[in-house]
Design a protein around this ligand. Sequence first.
Ligand code: HEC
Length: 435
Amino acid sequence: MKAMWKYSAVLMAMMLSSSGLDAQSATTTPQEVTFTKDVAPILQRSCQSCHRPDNIAPMPLLTYEQARPWAKSIKEKVLLRIMPPWYIDPNVGIRKFKNDGGLSDQEIATIVKWVDGGAPRGNPTDMPPPLVFDDSKWKIGEPDLIVQMLPKDLEIPGSGPDQWRNFLADSGLKEDRYIKAVEVKPVKGARVIHHIGTSLVYPDGGGQAVIQAKNGNVFDDGSGRLMKAGSKVNFGLHIHAYTGQPTATNVAIAFKFHPKGYVPKFVAITELMGDDSELDLPPNTDNIRTDSYLIMSKPTRLLTFTPHMHTRGKAMCLEVIYPEKSKKRDGSRVELLSCANNFNFNWMMAYEYASDVQPLLPAGSVLHFTSWHNNTSSNKLNLDPDNWIGYGQRSIDDMSVAWVTYYNMSEEEFKQAVAERNATSKQNLSSKLAQ
Ligand code: HEC
């Protein structure tokens, strides 16, 4: 399968340089692609949230002077879909996400054309005004509660191996509340934090993942997530110490709640799927397949898919097997939802479906994921391909699990949701036809 992805990257490169795409994009891609007119807007939209001073990426990409020396590397990373970090196959399954970080084929073509054309600056007056980043503000608005990871900043040395560390902080919440929105960010020393995963830990020991609310995770109207009194917050950090100087760092999570006493109609649940204690990765073996199933006994709206494997993880696809009575028109009962076909251990991503495409699963549907591991030396992150690897928490062990976030509905609510979905698809179709 790896070979196939390599092949498709090559194929894509060929397509991008072939006359086919040129002809097709002649109307949409400008003749001469310049930094100021064409590339800067893409970098603003998709790269600068990380690629700016004192943020998590190694170099800023704000100006022509900053981007020009990286042109070749930028072309390579976007063509292979390594950057921006977004590892969902854009060509299969659901294509619309709330937190979509991916570039469109068109945007990739523009960047490639710019680099192949000698990466010209273009007319300085075409340069869009610089974005203003105000890290002191929360994207979700004024929070009701902020929980800081540590009372005192964490000191990270100037160099050293990457670290994966967990910190548990008290939330101080005295009563049950329903979360309306949540956001996580480094409040200090963002440069040494590669990424952050957070989860709620209930006082009874049960956990609920709130993973990766980097851009602010806002629930749709009428829905929310329960945060029980006495909950703790677990911060899982991937620390990347390369700055050359000791850095003080800290992270905070902010919550906005529904009003006191309000119980949303739909309460989001995050469930871990995949019992991988049987995981069996023989040495020097590629494409080792693992399957896991989760039965949805009630009508369900699926919100988020978060694949999780360790360094040998390579791909994971999620599909739904519908119950007998809800066969699709073509007679099939299986629908592919998403494939993280370029899984990257260094970037644990939560993929949040856009509201109008969130899968609606009738009672009795089965979620099925298939994962593939690569325990050979062709996997650069694999430190010892001669070792048998099984399930475990340490990062030298491996895993094959996914978190799915969803909420249940009554049969009536489900019927209504399906009717609404059909109506909007019809509307979209007719407005497309009218164009
Ligand atoms: C979510 C944060 C984030 C976003 C968004 C992002 N990057 Fe990165 N980028 C990083 C980090 C962190 C690294 C360091 C390598 C790694 O950890 O993967 C990196 C590495 C790179 C590198 C390689 C640098 C090297 O040292 O070789 C290039 C080139 C790059 N990014 C370009 C881009 C471009 C172009 C975009 C937008 C289209 C983008 N990135 C979007 C975080 C980001």
